[in-house]
Design a protein around this ligand. Structure first.
Ligand code: UD1
Ligand code: CA
Length: 534
């Protein structure tokens, strides 16, 4: 059967969490990419309550701000100086309509593995048994510290006694109070007004509501569950880690049941909100964080960390770190690349090895295959960015944008000093420092021309293996002797000469100076292609 939706959920999160030994409020610690209170809220939202209240006190400002962030519709209630779970719930009721009727669920902000389904089961049991209170219970081998469930001879729940108030006999009871309940709203409100603080801790206990309700002849039920993880709270960082591992195990199992292939679940970390398409393989040591969405038939990892990344079908992302990036269908990334926010790689595009990108829109089938920094750039479809290209986007004061048009080609080891635009169908010669736009069909090239100095090795490296190899090659008639290139050099030789200990007097004098800077385009095209082919 299906119970009516709860009138309200009250999530308790006012406790101090001293044992966390942390400056951060306990319920803001995270596992599986969500805060503890975020998990609590996600679970109760699934039950579709009409009202959702979170009771806060410790680090009120930080906690309230976080809750407003993740669930703006949640109402914050402040707990006052009176201590105890009963007082917390009373403060929660205080922000709800006075005539609220129906069922009120109470949960804790520090119990992250609780699932919506368990709350729906609780509602079913509560409604079908016509109970005024129903509490989720569990059996523990070691119940130390928990409230114990007191049952009558006929098995009906009579009340809860806290560890500190319990007799030896009661402490032997292994059925514990999880702290998760369904209450009739009016009964809860009335009973709480009767709860005092006359107990070992001087607190107003929510647990006292059960005996009071029972005393009025109303029905109190227990709903025993087997999955202890769902009732376990985080009190210290050991529990945080233990529960984090278990949550991950559950998330990875779910991903596999939904069709993903996970090679090594133990080294794979998947946040609660990640989705993975069918037959996508996740290789070892991969972390998928935030709202990462991965399509079908992809290869992800090994050694890959993706945060808030969207990946299309059939893509491959290997040994990569990426944040707030979009990777198109059939695209490939890595190994060893770093995609920063604003990276958008088009379908069938490629970002290869040792590439860093940021605010980079890379078009359909475009390639940035090797050793590149691409920041604040738009790269057109089918463009090819040669090895070692740097898009220099920062002048020391401001960032500027650049673009490379469709099917254009940037030769290796070029630096494009932003702002600069390379048109569609243009080339940049390898080794250029580009500071001016390059038009369609043009090549931009800025490097100094090469000169070959014939006989240099024989003169300056006489007696070395290099000299012997040169001599042998010349004797064989190697035709690649281009000493004449010396005569076409564009610049004085001193600055281009390899460093040498020998006196400069042996230096051949430049034969000619003042050659034009630009060679015939056809030759440059060949050189650019040689330098940047992938
Ligand atoms: C409580 C229950 C105990 C149960 C256990 C399960 C009572 C009296 N005891 O014990 O029966 O077995 O939980 O974990 O209810 N909180 C507030 N305001 C307060 C006190 C607590 O909001 O004044 C919140 C805490 O932030 C926490 C939850 O209530 O989320 C439980 O508080 P905690 O102090 O851990 O309760 P326990 O003493 O463990
Ligand atoms: Ca606790």
């Amino acid at each position: 059967m299906s119970a009516p939706r709860p009138a309200a959920v009250i999530v308790l999160a006012a406790g101090e969490g001293t044992r966390m030994k942390s400056r951060r409020p306990k319920v803001l610690h995270t596992l599986g990419g969500r805060s503890l209170v975020g998990h609590a809220i996600a679970a109760v939202r699934g039950a579709a309550p009409l009202h959702l209240v979170v009771v806060v006190r410790h680090e009120r400002a930080l906690v309230a701000e976080h809750i407003a962030d993740i669930d703006p519709a949640a109402v914050i209630a402040d707990q006052d100086d009176v201590k105890g779970t009963g007082r917390a719930v009373e403060c929660g009721l205080g922000v709800l309509p006075a005539d609220l009727d129906g069922t009120v669920l109470v949960t804790y902000g520090d119990v992250p593995l609780l699932q919506t389904g368990t709350l729906l089961d609780l509602l079913d049991v509560h409604t079908s048994s016509a109970s005024a209170v129903t509490v989720i219970t569990a059996r523990l081998d070691d119940p130390t510290g928990y409230g114990r469930i007191l049952r009558d001879a006929d098995g009906t729940v009579a009340g809860i006694v806290e560890q500190k108030d319990a007799t030896e006999e009661q402490r032997a009871i292994t059925e514990i109070n999880s702290g998760l309940y369904a209450f009739d709203a009016a009964v809860l409100r009335a009973a709480l007004s009767e709860v005092g603080t006359d107990n070992a801790q001087g607190e107003k206990y929510l647990t006292d509501v059960l005996a009071i309700t029972r005393g009025r002849g109303l029905r109190v039920s227990g709903h025993l569950i087997d999955d202890l993880w769902q009732t376990e709270g985080v009190n210290d960082k050991v529990q945080l880690s233990r529960l984090g591992v278990e949550l991950n195990r559950r998330t990875v199992d779910r991903a596999m049941r939904d069709g993903a292939i996970v090679i090594d679940p133990a080294s794979t970390w998947i946040d609660a909100e990640v989705t993975i398409g069918q037959d996508t393989t996740i290789h070892p040591h991969t972390q998928l964080h935030g709202v990462t969405t991965i399509g079908a038939d992809c290869t992800i990892g090994p050694d890959t960390t993706l945060t808030d990344v969207e990946i299309g079908d059939g893509a491959s992302v290997v040994r990569t770190q990426a944040l707030l990036a979009v990777i198109g269908a059939g695209a490939s990334v890595g190994p060893f690349s770093y995609l920063r926010p604003g990276t958008q790689l088009g379908a069938r595009g490629r970002i290869g090895g040792f590439v860093e990108t940021k605010n980079a829109r890379i078009g359909l089938g475009a390639k940035v295959p090797h050793l590149t920094y691409a920041g604040d750039v738009t790269i057109g479809k089918g463009a090819n960015i040669g090895a070692g290209t740097i898009f220099a986007n920062y002048d020391g004061v401001t960032k500027h944008a650049s673009s490379v048009g469709a099917h254009s080609f940037v030769g290796s080891n070029s630096v494009l000093v932003a702002p600069v635009d390379i048109a569609d169908g243009a080339y940049v010669g390898a080794g250029s420092a580009v500071t001016q736009d390059v038009g369609p069909g043009e090549i931009g090239i800025t490097r100094a021309r090469q000169r070959n100095v014939a006989g240099w090795v024989a003169r300056r490296r006489a007696g070395t293996r290099t000299a012997a190899a040169a001599e042998a090659a010349l004797a064989r008639g190697d035709t690649r002797t281009q000493g004449e290139a010396t005569q076409e050099q564009a610049h004085p030789p001193a600055t281009q000469e390899p460093a040498t200990q020998e006196p400069a007097t042996q230096e051949p004098a430049p034969q000619r100076q003042g050659t034009p800077d630009v060679e015939p385009a056809a030759r440059h095209t060949d050189q650019a292609e040689e330098g940047a082919r992938s």
